[in-house]
Design a binder for this molecule. Sequence first.
Ligand code: NAD
Length: 289
Amino acid sequence: MNILLATEKPFAREAVEGIRSIIGEGLVEGTLSDITPQTQGLIVRSDKVTREIVEKATNLKIVVRAGAGYDNVDLAACTQRGIVVMNTPGQNSNAVAELALGMMIFMARNGFTPGTGTELKGKTLGIHAYGNVGRLVAALGRGFGMRVVAYDPFVDNSDGSVEWVGSVEELYSVSNYLSLHIPATAETRGSIGYDLLMSMPKGATLINTARKEVVDEQGLVRAFGERDDLKYATDVAPDTDLSQFGKRFFATAKKMGAETAEANVNAGLAAARQIVGFFETGEIKFKVN
Ligand code: NAD
């Protein structure tokens, strides 16, 4: 095996050692510019796997994105060349869920500056998309004594693990805190905008640990201009400068949802195991293309 571990956004040392012990001699650490015609597999975090990169690696069989979202990989280019693309679902979800709750508390307590804040207990937490992260945020929210409601048209909620609402509109209209967990797709891009924000209860806070693209930033600016009670905290920095909204807006300095030692190791090792499974037995359970 000749596997490139692209480390422009580095893995923790412990993760790299674990990956090496699973893959063995064939592991090469480098950046995407080190890809060669010999490269058979690729493990990336947030590095962009463009068509140009894919075309350089004429022997490439598999790309594993060590993480949940795979919008940094040109899926069409990979599919055209018969390259399997996988993610490692669930491996960093707990880290992201904890950050979402942390951001809720931060916003409820005036960004940890003096002044009277509010509590999460008794408030309604809306979960937009009940996937790996959404489920964990729901459980944490319940732990804080919140009423938790969720919406996800692609999930069967027959186990009744959460209170379900029938539409996106209903979800936003009842949520004091709305935690976003939808992926960035053609359908979801720019889908959270003026109307949904304006429908939220007084003092509502939008929490985005998903993707910046899902928020219509111009719609948000308009809604925030008309309502001075709305707040937005995000782990995926917007393109628009929102500093005019002062403490009603918070963005982490750099995306850090999955930036824990545990998530790094979990996702890295899962990626390595998936690569080995693919080459040894043709396992493609987490294929996304
Ligand atoms: P997941 O695939 O487990 O869950 C996504 C859920 O979205 C699924 O349940 C799916 O049914 C639902 N969904 C898809 N389209 C939808 C739509 N139009 N309306 C409502 N629901 C829809 O993913 P996850 O691991 O829970 O990750 C969720 C998001 O968080 C993704 O956008 C991912 O990229 C992002 N993420 C961010 C970080 C970070 O560092 N901040 C880390 C991990 C994941």
